[in-house]
Design a protein around this ligand. Structure first.
Ligand code: CA
Length: 462
């Protein structure tokens, strides 16, 4: 059980002097359902290890990513800046807009990543897993603040080996070397193994690890022995999803064990975040949250997120205020010693003083989202969705209506006007997209209609 208020006693009243700067691990999961984690109410799939992060750390009820699809969401996580500021509004596509080339599709080299910031603080850095930030040399993780890379460049790939050597973008890399497909067993486990060996190798110096699992994104590749464990689940897709979640959860468990074994457990800040809500096609479950991946509904953008750092972050606490994936970079910088690479302002805040109770205000009065024609604002308990002239503006009171069932826009015209103005003001400060969406506006318009409700209907507008 998690205690809502839990006294923090003297522990957080004074700055604890760390014997050494903490190691920092950011674990990202892919397309998981909000309600599929035990600590978020999931009953069907055991996630005991991820749940431990809530027991020994803080759970965020209202954590948001900056986009409801993979690549722009990860650009927000990696930079701590709204990705629209540098044109990374859409998922990677082959449609650069006028003024940009195909080779510009990816994370703008002018932006600093969390790897750059950690290196500025003297950290050894590694990126493991799915990159999805562009396929050019200038986008390659080794050129983006990471000393080591073990992963693939695309947005997905098979978890098992391909029968033939794969195209470069789907290949598993270790730094510059392509790992032969014959050496690939099961991707989730391989990422965990790499994470574990990196931790053991770097136990004597502060390190930063970006561990971006592609679990539980499609394809639904699960280990057969884990599929058997869920024979009670009749739907085969859901059974595979459950098994893939277990591999992810076991990965987190292994990492906790390796940290303990190397006496690093106490001095490591672990951040866990899911990159966007349940996808239409991976049998995941958002619970009470309406909508799926790709949408501005809560089910697209509100995600499971946890932080653990013994002695620095309260244990067994739920933090109920609005936080953002943008906060990961500033939180990591604050924990690592405070040096920021470059001078571009960050959009996030260090969450350390907020979750310790030092600061009682909300970290974010407003958060913004935009991907093409669909945009949204959250301001306090209010959320507004704007999705083109064809659709009415939607306004919800999330405190009373977490499932976004009652559009209150006509009841609160002044609030709607004020929130639209906030959104427009934010839009003036960001850039236009540097490339277009592969799927265009039609699905975005359709999926933000009140009558489009439930997975079956949303599947028509992926
Ligand atoms: Ca994703």
């Amino acid at each position: 059980m998690i205690c809502l208020s839990g006294s923090t006693g003297d522990l957080f009243s004074q700055e604890k002097v760390s014997p050494r700067r903490p190691n920092i691990i950011v674990i990202v999961s892919d397309d998981a359902g909000y309600a599929d984690f035990g600590v978020y109410g999931g009953k069907e799939i055991p996630t005991p290890n991820i749940d431990l992060l809530a027991k020994n750390g803080t759970l965020f009820t209202d954590a948001y990513v900056t986009a409801s699809v993979c690549a722009p969401s990860r650009a927000g996580i990696l930079t701590g800046r709204y990705q629209q500021r540098f044109g990374f509004e859409h998922n990677i596509s082959n449609k650069p807009v006028a003024g940009y080339k195909m080779s510009d599709v990816g994370l703008d080299p002018e932006e600093k990543t969390i790897g750059d910031h950690m290196k500025a603080n003297g950290y050894k850095t590694i990126a493991i897993g799915k990159w999805h930030q562009g396929g050019e040399e200038k986008h390659f993780p080794l050129n983006r603040g990471f000393d080591e890379f073990y992963g693939f460049l695309e947005g997905h790939r098979d978890f098992f080996a391909y029968k033939k050597e794969s195209a470069r973008k789907f290949a598993l890399y270790h730094n510059r070397q392509i790992v032969p497909e014959t050496e690939i067993s099961y991707l989730t486990d391989m990422f965990t193994q790499k994470a574990s060996s990196f931790i053991a190798e770097n136990s004597e110096r502060p390190f930063f690890m970006y561990l971006a699992y592609n679990a539980v994104h499609v394809p639904m590749n699960a280990k057969p022995e884990l599929m058997e464990r869920f024979s009670s689940i009749s739907d085969k897709g859901r059974r595979a999803y459950a098994a893939m979640m277990v591999s992810l959860d076991e990965g987190v468990g292994n990492i906790l064990e390796v940290l303990k074994k190397n006496n690093l457990y106490e001095n490591t800040l672990i951040v866990f975040i899911n990159d966007n809500g349940a996808a239409t096609g991976n049998f995941s479950d958002n619970g009470r949250l309406r909508g799926l991946k790709g949408s501005k509904w809560e089910g697209g953008i509100r995600v499971a997120s946890l932080m653990q750092w013994p002695g620095h972050i309260p244990a067994g606490k739920k933090y109920p205020k609005v936080v953002s994936a943008l906060d990961i970079v500033p939180t990591a910088i604050a924990a690592a010693g405070g040096k920021q690479a470059g001078i571009k302002p960050l959009d996030g805040k260090s969450l350390l003083p907020f979750i310790s109770g030092q600061k009682s205000k909300t970290p974010h009065k407003t958060l913004f989202w935009r991907r093409g024609i669909a945009a949204a604002v959250r301001s306090g308990k209010w959320k507004l969705i704007r999705s083109g002239a064809q659709n009415p503006v939607l306004l919800f009171n999330l405190e009373k209506d977490i499932s976004e069932t009652k559009n209150l826009a006509s009841l609160y015209p002044t609030k709607v006007k004020r929130m639209l103005r906030l959104l427009e003001k934010w839009e003036e400060a960001v850039d236009k997209p540097h490339w277009e969406s592969a799927s265009g506006d039609y699905n975005q318009i359709m999926k933000h209609r009140m009558e489009v409700l439930g997975r079956e209907m949303e599947l028509k507008y992926p």
